[in-house]
Design a protein around this ligand. Structure first.
Ligand SMILES: Nc1nc2c(ncn2[C@@H]2O[C@H](COP(=O)(O)OP(=O)(O)OP(=O)(O)O)[C@@H](O)[C@H]2O)c(=O)[nH]1
Ligand SMILES: [Mg+2]
Length: 447
């Protein structure tokens, strides 16, 4: 490639290929190819380069000209493609053998097998997506709930990146102002600028706080919330799990000690993903199996975000042992249908319910979401990753340090620079090669 050429990735000379549809039988199977040898490969496999961006019916052939399949060939010339390179998509019949054969033909014609996430990595390197958007592609694919999918889509569309870029723009302004103060310390406008710098920093910090809050909320959508039901035997833990799931998943009997093992179910509350774990009841007595079950209960409780301590209305007897600390505790008073005049619903940290009638279940759902830090205000949240939260925290720490450096402008300026660097990691403006490797290796192959 001649020097001075503006094509972004001169070092990516390989042409990559992968099956882009899931493994197994399906209606169609797609083989995706990207890179400089796409035209050559199209000629070898489908007998010529199809017209740009038009689905064209072609036979797919191997190196000895045997017909493997036929289907749609779509050619996306660079730079108007997902990766920014020449891309060819071969959509054939979705049988696992046939798809593998088409892929083999493409590899024989000069491509190599793509690594996980390599298509998206190229899209990032070509400037088609920033890093937060590239991550949103994976999050959209992995989304386990409606809310998570919508939030990922918003990130992919650039909402999260714009919020970060807006912060970076404010930081850049403030840095420019500070540099000016350093260059011209004796200027008259100086004192005005100094006040201004303080005010702008305060504004910036509150804007950052806002993004942090929305990101923290959104991160719940990614990781899900881990809720554990615990309590004495026979208080109705399994009945509550069945209610929350909406089906009879676990065995319920009047015999104390029915549940012997921890049982996990995935549910959603208002589109938020949760894992709910039913556990063996905690009591001093019990046989060997029950003892082992209780050991698991303790482990589950220790790893929970939220523990629902289930008690029985009428006799609120706590388990024989103290629960491990750490998680947020909600006391669930069950079987209120057995006590006359006890209303269902929420009372601070307690929720009165009946697994039998379903009374109070909605209040319980609300209490769980609230304990998880989810506010149902309906505002935009960002599907942030741990990596993003870390960078936001680092930027916040730097801005806090800057606030303390007011007057010592060199140090002030340095803290601002570091804050900007931390934010830049989110969108990939500042990104080390190992960070990219880490991020893209978690993608599925073909994406
Ligand atoms: N009246 C009434 N009975 C309930 C309610 N919830 C559960 N039960 C009954 O209480 C008994 C025990 O229920 P489970 O759900 O098996 O209780 P558990 O806490 O899982 O018990 P273990 O697995 O033994 O620890 C069963 O007979 C249920 O039908 C309720 O809200 N009202
Ligand atoms: Mg049970």
């Amino acid at each position: 490639m001649p020097s001075g050429d503006l094509t972004p990735q001169p070092f990516l000379t390989d042409t990559i290929a992968a099956v882009a549809t899931p493994a197994g039988r399906g209606g169609i199977g797609v083989v995706r190819v990207s890179g400089p040898r796409v035209q050559e490969i199209a000629t070898a496999v489908v007998g010529g380069v199809p017209p740009a961006r038009v689905a064209t019916l072609r036979a797919f052939r191997d190196a000895v000209d045997e017909r493997l399949d036929e289907g749609m060939a779509i050619y996306y010339p660079a730079p108007h493609s997902y990766t920014g390179e020449d891309v060819l998509e071969l959509q054939g019949h979705g049988g696992p053998v046939v798809v593998r054969e088409v892929l083999a033909a493409v590899l024989d014609a000069g491509a190599r097998l793509a690594e996980p996430g390599e298509f998206t990595r190229r899209a990032f390197l070509a400037g088609k997506l920033d890093l937060a958007q590239a991550e949103a592609v994976a999050d959209l694919i992995d989304a386990s709930s409606r809310e998570a999918a919508r939030s990922a889509m918003r990130s992919l569309a650039g909402e999260f990146s714009s919020a970060i870029n807006a912060l970076v723009a404010q930081l850049t302004d403030l840095r420019a102002l500070t540099e000016a103060m350093l260059d011209f310390p004796e200027e008259e406008v100086d004192s005005l600028h100094r006040q201004d710098a303080g005010a702008r920093l305060a504004q910036l910090r509150s804007a950052l706080e806002d993004v942090v809050r929305k990101s923290r909320q959104g991160s719940l959508l990614r990781t899900g919330i881990h809720v554990v039901l615990a309590g004495r035997p026979n208080v109705g833990k399994s009945s509550l799990l069945n209610r929350l799931v909406g089906e009879d998943r676990v065995i319920v009997t009047e015999i104390p000690g029915t549940t012997r093992d921890a049982v996990r179910e995935s549910i959603q509350i208002h589109g938020i993903p949760l894992t709910v774990v039913d556990t063996a009841g905690l009591r001093a007595a019990g046989d060997e199996v029950e003892r082992l079950g209780m050991e698991r209960t303790r482990r589950e409780v220790a790893g929970a975000d939220i523990v629902l301590l289930v008690l029985e209305a009428g006799h609120l007897e706590a388990p024989d042992e103290a629960l491990p600390q750490g998680a947020t505790l909600i006391e669930v008073i069950n079987k209120i249908d057995l006590v006359k005049g006890l209303p269902a619903g929420r009372d601070g940290n307690r929720v009165y319910v009946s697994a039998r009638t379903g009374a109070g279940l909605e209040a319980l759902r609300e209490a769980i979401l609230e304990a998880a830090g989810w506010s149902s205000g309906g505002e935009t949240v960002y599907l942030a990753r741990e990596r993003h939260l870390r960078a936001l925290r680092a930027a916040g720490d730097r801005l806090e340090a800057a606030a303390e450096m007011s007057g010592q402008w060199e140090f002030f300026a340095e803290e601002l620079r570091l804050a900007q660097e931390a934010l830049g990691e989110i969108t990939g403006r500042v990104s080390a090669e190992d960070l990219l490797g880490e991020i893209f290796s978690r993608f599925c192959i073909g994406k």
